[in-house]
Structures are given as C-alpha cells and as structure tokens.
Design a binder for this molecule. Sequence first.
Ligand SMILES: [Fe+2]
Ligand SMILES: [Fe+2]
Length: 216
Amino acid sequence: MDNPLSGLTAQERKLWRQAATFLKDGRPWDLIHTETCLGYAFEIADGERWPESLRRLVIPAVMLHDIGWALIPAEKRKGRAYSQEDSRVDHMRVGAQKARDLMREAGYPEREAETVSLMVGEHDNPYIGKPFANPYTRRLREIDILWSLMPMSFWKKVESTGERPQQALEMVFRRLEAENVFSASGRKIARRLRDVLDEGILAKEEGRAASEEMFA
Ligand SMILES: [Fe+2]
Ligand SMILES: [Fe+2]
C-alpha cells in the first residue's frame, strides 16, 4: 500500500488526527515510525487474514503505542535517554492512559478502549524482561520491531555504536527472531527489509574499497 493512511476507516482517521498531534512532539522519528508501522500492519492484516475484531484493536494500538513519548519530560527522550528503562516504562504508562482517553473520544466501546490501552501499556515489555499480559500485544509488537530493520533506524544504531554493519544486521535479526512474535507475513517483511539493508551494506563496502584503491 502506497499510503497506509488511505486504508483507515473514518473512525480510525479521527483517532489518527489526535495521535499525530502527539507523535509530532515526541522523538524526532515517532511520526514516520508510526506511519511506517501502519503500512506493515495493513500488509500483515491482509497476509494473515485478520478478522475484523483483531484489526479493530491492532490498528488503533499501532497508532497510539508511542504517543507517550510526547507526554513525558523532554529529558527522558533526548539523545539516547529513550533507551533507558525508566523512560521506556514511563512512555508506556503515560501513553496507555492517554490512549484510553483518545479511544473513548473517538467513540470506541469501553472494552476496546481498555484493551488498546493495555496493549500500549505493555508493548515494550520485552525490553524490560516482562511477559505480555494480553495476547493481542504480540500482534502490535511484531509490527513495532520491524522498524529496527528500516534503514533510518538501522544506520542510526550502527553509527552510534560503531558496530560493523553486517554483524549489526545479523544481531538485530537474531534479536527480532528471538522475540518469537513473527507471523509468516511479518517474517516476509523482515526478510525483505534485511535484503534492502544487505544491498546498502554491500554498496557501502564496494564504495569504500573503490575509494581506498583510488587513493592508495
Ligand atoms: Fe514504544
Ligand atoms: Fe514503536
């Protein structure tokens, strides 16, 4: 799907307008991260033939899962601070409260507002070594972690850690597989993203070899 937002229902669009106002104020990539995740969500929903009842929960959960970053003190998301445990816990907790309010305002039934709030409130639990309380959260998690295979996310990590790209890619891929949340469609997207990164790494290495040869 070219523009993931075109697949939203009228009610989801209403929710999205609210979510986007928060995502713009969060970490610099929160809006593009969430839009990209919506694209993966629709692809997985199609591939896995999600029932309507599942889609009604996961699409809003994807939209709202990271709104909490805009709602916690700025120093908790600045630079690499977002990867600290207390920042992760805070953005989930605060995001879950706001997600419940926005779901209610958009006219979702109370039960759905509660479930989505729960999903938002535990979506990063694997980072803090906690299991998911709600089985639906795995569907959100599968979509969220694909982002680490997007060039924007991957190269930022490589630059900040100084790791060798090929080894970093293998490590990221192993970490994602170890979470054990991929459906067949999710794994297909992961492999496609890995192929793109592989090509990028190869092109970079060829470029470096050529320049070393020229200036040797
Ligand atoms: Fe998050
Ligand atoms: Fe996320």
